[in-house]
Design a protein around this ligand. Structure first.
Ligand SMILES: *Cc1c(COP(=O)(O)O)cnc(C)c1O
Length: 229
């Protein structure tokens, strides 16, 4: 408990300092706690400390956690690559998906979202540096995927997500995030609900906040090093 508590207070200071430095309100930045490879009891500790948004990147790891712990004010975010045989579970159990990048997945999620649940919040993931090992759509595909998503009644397009190449240099980190922010400007006029830049992790959240991140996805800076569960 005390480690997570201390980590969280250090992290909140980082977020606040970065926000203040660029004249943004820290409350305009949502902290998404990435709990992959961390135990249910760590999640419950973070919840007790006030966190309400949790991110997982594997359906089979996430489901037991979600089934064991779903207070009504928690929001589960899917942030990993999506295989088509996993879309039904994602549509049933998550509040957000950050990693949409294929038309067939978009359609499956829309078809499989249960009628009694509100539309699922989604972001399109862009692979801005065209790294072959990373998922994400190209900038050239963005407009088409945006229109497709907006045509889906059970999806609510909220914005864009990226995982840039790791860099130790602030200016280099900013570049990729700046590109994502520019891409968001091009689709924003298409829907009033578009308000989200999901970018920044433990190592680069200051750069992301400087470029306008509205959700930072933070794992190790809250929970410590990931173990195998
Ligand atoms: C694991 C992961 C994170 C968190 O990474 P940390 O460096 O531990 O903060 C953020 N986003 C995605 C998509 C991830 O898979």
């Amino acid at each position: 408990m005390s480690t997570i508590k201390d980590n969280l207070s250090t992290l909140k200071n980082r977020i606040e300092t970065a926000a203040n430095a660029c004249h943004r309100s820290p409350s305009s930045i949502k902290l998404l706690a990435v709990s992959k490879k961390h135990s249910l009891s760590d999640i419950q500790t973070a919840y007790q400390l006030g966190l309400r948004d949790f991110g997982e990147n594997q359906v089979q790891e996430a489901l037991p956690k979600i089934q064991a712990f779903s207070p009504s004010d928690i929001q589960w975010h899917f942030i990993g690559p999506i295989q088509s045989n996993k879309t039904a579970k994602i549509a049933q159990h998550f509040h957000w998906v950050h990693s949409l990048c294929r038309a067939d997945i978009i359609q499956r999620l829309n078809n499989q979202r249960p009628d009694d649940l509100s539309p699922i919040n989604v972001c399109i993931q862009l692979n801005l540096t065209s790294e072959a090992t990373k998922s994400g759509a190209s900038l050239a595909e963005l407009v088409e995927l945006t229109h497709l998503t907006l045509s889906c009644p059970k999806l609510r397009l909220r914005g864009l997500m990226c995982i840039p190449k790791t860099s130790q240099h602030f200016d280099e980190q900013r570049q990729a995030f700046h590109q994502l922010a520019e891409a968001l400007k091009t689709i924003k006029p298409l829907s009033k609900a578009i308000d989200t830049l999901s970018m920044g992790m433990s190592g680069d959240l200051e750069a992301a906040i400087t470029e306008g991140a509205t959700i930072v996805r933070v794992g190790s800076a809250i929970f410590g090093q990931r173990t195998t569960l």
